[in-house]
Design a protein around this ligand. Structure first.
Ligand code: ATP
Ligand code: MG
Length: 168
């Protein structure tokens, strides 16, 4: 299976039930902007885990942002959007997968800790603080890639996964 196919199927699989509208918020819309990327050598099962972690975090961040608004406010001006983009990096050496949400975002202070083992801002039972530290290990140590986060409080967050395209 290719990375693109994995990303196409992924949101339809395990997380689908979390995207639906409920009493507290509108449905979460997934925008897919998939560019043409070459086949890369990777551990698909591991990268699947990375995508799942990042998408689950994005959904949590959207839910937190929605909890601060009234339903009227949410309906009028806060669509919940997760954008997944795949493309070749400009250097043509890396495949990039970007996962962006317009959720609550994070402070600079939190941003410096997110990859730490067991760091979480979620309550007990909601989060263990393992998702991003494991994801970083998978991307960096197991794939020689990079995992970068950009975030602005109140505006949203973007994770950029880069995986090198290795010549055979
Ligand atoms: N998209 C995001 N928007 C806002 N904050 C985020 C986002 N992704 C991660 N974070 C912050 O980074 C922290 C660490 O994330 P991580 O996935 O490692 O752990 P967790 O989600 O708290 O728990 P776990 O993934 O183990 O269930 C989160 O608790 C949250 O504060
Ligand atoms: Mg998580």
């Amino acid at each position: 299976m290719s990375l693109t196919l994995l990303l196409k199927l992924l949101p339809l699989m395990i997380l689908q039930h979390r995207l639906k509208a409920n009493h507290h918020r509108q449905a979460i819309q997934i925008i897919k902007e998939y560019g043409v990327i070459p086949a890369v050598k990777c551990y698909l099962g591991q990268l699947n885990q990375v995508f799942m972690n990042i998408l689950a975090n994005a959904i949590d961040a959207l839910e937190d942002a929605n909890n601060k608004l009234s339903f009227a406010e949410i309906k009028s001006n806060h669509p919940n959007i997760i954008t997944i983009t795949t493309k070749m990096a400009e250097d043509q050496q890396n495949v990039m997968i970007k996962i962006k949400d317009n959720g609550k975002g994070m402070t600079e202070e939190i941003k410096t800790c997110i990859f730490d083992h067991l760091f979480t801002t979620k309550s007990v039972g909601q989060g263990t603080g393992l998702g991003l530290s494991i994801s970083q290990k998978i991307v960096v140590e197991n794939h020689g890639g990079s995992l970068i986060c950009e975030s602005a409080l109140g505006h949203g967050t973007e994770f950029v996964i880069s995986i090198p395209v290795l010549a055979d």
